[in-house]
Design a binder for this molecule. Sequence first.
Ligand code: NAD
Length: 361
Amino acid sequence: MVTLPAQALIDFVAAIFHRAGSSAAEAGRIGRYLVTANLTGHDSHGVIRVPVYMRWRNNGDLVPDQTVKLLVDTPALAVIDGGFGYGQTVGPQAVEIGVAKCRQSGLAAIALRNAGHIGRIGDWAEMAAAAGLVSVHFVNAAGSILVAPFGGTDRRLSTAPFCVGIPRAGRPPIVLDFATSLVAEGKVLVASRGGKALPKGALIGPDGVLSEDPALLYGPFEPGGPRDHSRGSGAIRAFGEHKGSGLALICELLGGALTGNGATSAPRRFANGMFAIYLDPARVDVDQFFDGEISRYVDYFKASRPAAEQGEILVPGEPEARMRAERLARGVPLPDDVWAAIVGTARDLGMSDQDIARATG
Ligand code: NAD
């Protein structure tokens, strides 16, 4: 295990993407958002993605320094094409447009298509919440068919995340943010690289037998070698039986079909589609009731008697906030395998050991 201070890791990832043709501003954003995923405990969406992004960039599947194109632009609605730019660039551009329209109209809907991987969707809910807005995000990941619908064994869905953010005055927002699969694909990736094991029965084989062996998704793999989910015979299961599978379908239909991104159906150039709704609670909450009522209700919710001894009831967003505080203080831990793959990517771009040592402090 290697443990690095967050800022050193941000700088290193930024140096890698700057060398790979991104402007310093974009490279910095990629570093910051990927490391934020690690800081919040979502290692699956953190710096483990560096080699994958670089493969996409080298194939031309990701295009540096894109500016989104507005295909539809009304006071409360935009349809936006991300042009296969890095999600860390076109994601915040799309959210900025949603926030600006919502400030004007009280309510806005933004359909984003053809975005490179936009990572942890909670980042976008946090950005809206920082502007005082409620947001709801339906996302699909076209080109990434990984998940079997309830009752099925063949892959038909992406891990299609769903996210809701609710701002609170003077407190961190409530952010519910999850893949509609039992685990995000990145968690299978992490498990395959020696990180946290998968929960029991997270995967399903073609014979309908449940498993937690990453090889079911990737096929046989070498410890340091690449992971290619098109080579596995199994699928990740949708969470929550028919309910989660139904929510995943809605994410495919709104995040994929409605945005024009395309619902996931065949291997293709990767693109996230996101249909997001932004709402200004100040415009709805004429009695200034909302924030106080959230506090009252959250206290009531958390006061439920814990099921386990020493147990505790948390609200969505709390585990991430705690992990962020811990990892900011203690550093970001990375399995050796993950670190070696990132260093390998840096070396492929011509960074010397000296450059690497300098970039990581
Ligand atoms: P997860 O299973 O860890 O669930 C996270 C959510 O559950 C958070 O809202 C968290 O606050 C809440 N939570 C966790 N433990 C809790 C507890 N004990 N009590 C109350 N709430 C709790 O998340 P996941 O499904 O593994 O997804 C990980 C990340 O992957 C997310 O950020 C998601 O957006 C991202 N993702 C992105 C894509 C993409 O294509 N860009 C695809 C899939 C997933």
